[in-house]
Design a protein around this ligand. Structure first.
Ligand SMILES: [Cu+2]
Length: 160
């Protein structure tokens, strides 16, 4: 398993450069046109009353791995990559993250950038502004091939 993860990491490494310029998904987003998702809607991080910093590390973990937020509050996530390889923070339902992780395995070079995700080069940080519109349990995962499978997953508990 370890070798597999390593092979995947090495295979993916060159892409890290391409992603490097993306300091945060929040840049250049027109929030008035944000599309509602089952887990909420993109929101201007400048309107957030709360910033939650999440560290992304090469042991395939997010710290913190559990976050509690209030329904309706705008949250600014700052995803800081403390590792040596590309990581990402992608918000979603468990089903969406699983489907997306499968897609990433089939198309490792797939480039996509949406407001609910931040691709973060080593040593950089990315930003996501989000409003969770429904109470429930949602997730954030790293969908760099191999990372999600290795357990790079966190949980957002949205309370009323
Ligand atoms: Cu990762």
């Amino acid at each position: 398993m370890k070798n597999l993860v390593l092979a995947v990491l090495l295979g993916y490494a060159p892409l890290a450069l391409g992603h490097g310029e993306n300091a945060g998904a929040a840049a250049g987003i027109d929030y008035s046109k944000a599309e509602p998702k089952p887990f909420g809607i993109a929101a201007d991080p400048r309107k957030a009353k709360r910033t939650i910093r999440v560290d992304l590390t090469d042991n395939m973990r997010f710290t913190p791995a559990v976050i509690r937020v209030r329904r309706g509050e705008v949250v600014r996530f700052v995803a800081a990559n403390k590792g040596q390889v590309l990581h990402e923070m992608v918000l979603g339902t468990m089903q969406e993250l699983k489907e997306h992780a499968e897609l990433m395995k089939k198309h490792p070079g797939m480039e996509h950038d949406e407001p609910h995700m931040a691709h973060v080069a080593p040593g950089q940080s990315g930003e996501i502004g989000w409003r969770f519109t429904k109470a429930g349990t949602y997730y954030y995962g790293c969908l760099v091939p191999g990372h999600f499978e290795a357990g790079m997953l966190g949980k957002v508990i949205v309370v009323k």
